[in-house]
Ligand binder design. Structure first.
Ligand code: HEC
Length: 230
């Protein structure tokens, strides 16, 4: 495989190419709810009781915002949608066989969970599309995901160019980056939250490959939703 090392990237807003994908409707579609995006790792609280922690959301994850709850002015009522694999249902991914982690769940009461569909990937794994309702703290989210990617690209440039030139995110696929980061996060001495932010940034701006029907279906829904543009 040909691997170029890009050495001349400026610190801020370095990558103009935009492969960011969002599944489902964009906020410009009429009738769809507004969205917010997690700035860092955010706690997902239950839809019934604010004190119930359902799990952790990864940085830069899109959340559909519902009706404000007067009883909880500090939090947004949100829904998070993605795919879980049978036998490993604690992780929500962006799409079947697209291993971009959206959230890791500890326990979700049935009242906060909807199953919207299912499909089997080419390897025989069964996937379910799930939507989870809950709450996030307002301070942990932003309305424009580009804020998150700008922060991430600065951190990436600062932490990952010490030993070699910066690799362009599109040099690898979304499914390749987590394996690379396993070693490189240790090399760079990243804290957990820094690793999560850089990983999500690299995966979201990664090379997109259509390898099976599920991805073809997914690509039909691609919206160029978030570009880091300086
Ligand atoms: C302490 C030095 C050091 C730091 C810091 C570092 N790397 Fe590396 N990186 C290396 C070395 C050495 C190699 C080549 C050998 C290897 O693949 O382990 C490499 C290789 C790579 C490759 C090529 C892998 C491949 O399969 O071709 C990528 C991509 C990469 N690093 C990404 C990163 C990212 C992302 C960060 C920041 C989180 C980072 N590196 C931080 C030392 C470092």
């Amino acid at each position: 495989m040909k691997r170029k090392i890009i050495k001349s990237l400026s610190m801020a807003g370095m990558f103009l190419a935009c492969h960011a994908v969002v599944f489902g409707q964009t906020s410009s579609d009429s009738g769809s709810p507004p969205r917010v995006y997690t700035k860092g790792i955010a706690q997902l609280f239950g839809c019934d009781s604010h004190n119930d922690i359902l799990g952790l959301i990864t940085p830069g994850t899109a959340l559909a915002v519902g009706q404000a709850d007067a009883g909880n002015p500090e939090s947004d009522v949100v829904r998070i949608s993605g795919w879980t694999m049978e036998g490993a249902s604690s992780v929500i991914y962006e799409a079947p066989d697209l291993r971009i982690k959206l959230a890791t769940l500890s326990r979700v009461p049935g009242s906060c969970l909807t199953i919207d569909g299912s499909q089997t990937d080419p390897y025989g794994n069964k996937w379910q599309r799930v939507t989870i309702s809950g709450r996030v703290e307002k301070g942990g989210v932003v309305a424009d995901v580009r804020t998150v990617w700008r922060q991430a690209s600065k951190l990436y440039a600062a932490k990952c160019s010490r030993c070699h030139g910066l690799h362009h995110p599109s040099q690898f696929t979304a499914n390749q980056w987590p394996g690379i980061l396993q070693t490189m996060a240790k090399n760079a001495g990243l804290q957990e939250e820094q690793k999560a932010l850089i990983e999500k940034y690299l995966q979201t701006h990664a090379r997109y490959e259509i390898s099976d029907d599920a991805r073809v279906q997914a690509q039909k829904q691609i919206k160029a939703a978030s570009c880091v543009s300086g």
